[in-house]
Design a protein around this ligand. Structure first.
Ligand code: SF4
Length: 146
């Protein structure tokens, strides 16, 4: 599955949940998306829920953004670097980000970064539309906004 395909699927899942939560305010929505609630009520939202696992073993993990508005990617490649294709970067160069390198590719490695899972960050840049929040991440996401 390409990242674009994952994004498209995820945007739809997020939208279905948000339609269901139309009566809740921002704080209530953020609370609903806490891991402990989502793993019980929205089993299909994340593959890890089936095994009751978190993507980051931290307290107060919030799944509202799952993906990051600062991520930038292009499945066709952003640029070329010494025979390797760079597929993704962090637009804010988070100190907790890293780069994963394979034989032919360079990818942003967000494994150690908690920015998209912190409620303060979600609250500060809250939008009820996941698509709108993520629209800068890739030119291909722009296409699925319509
Ligand atoms: S390193 Fe952190 S802020 Fe940067 S794209 Fe990854 S999760 Fe987002």
């Amino acid at each position: 599955m390409t990242y674009s395909h994952w994004s498209e699927t995820h945007a739809s899942k997020h939208s279905v949940i948000m339609d269901k939560l139309a009566h809740l305010n921002r704080e209530e929505v953020i609370e609903y998306f806490r891991f402990e609630n989502m793993v019980k009520k929205e089993r299909d939202f994340c593959l890890l829920y089936a095994s009751n696992k978190k993507c980051h073993e931290i307290e107060n993990l919030n799944c509202y953004w799952c993906a990051c508005p600062h991520f930038r990617f292009d499945d066709a490649g952003l640029s070329r670097h010494n025979e390797k294709t760079l597929y993704s970067i962090c637009s804010i160069d988070s100190k907790d980000g890293a780069q994963f390198e394979s034989a032919n590719a360079l990818h942003q490695d967000c494994t150690a970064c908690l920015i998209p899972h912190r409620e303060k960050n979600i609250r500060d840049d809250f939008n009820r539309s996941w698509r709108t929040t993520m629209e800068k991440t890739s030119p291909s996401l722009d296409k699925i906004n319509h």
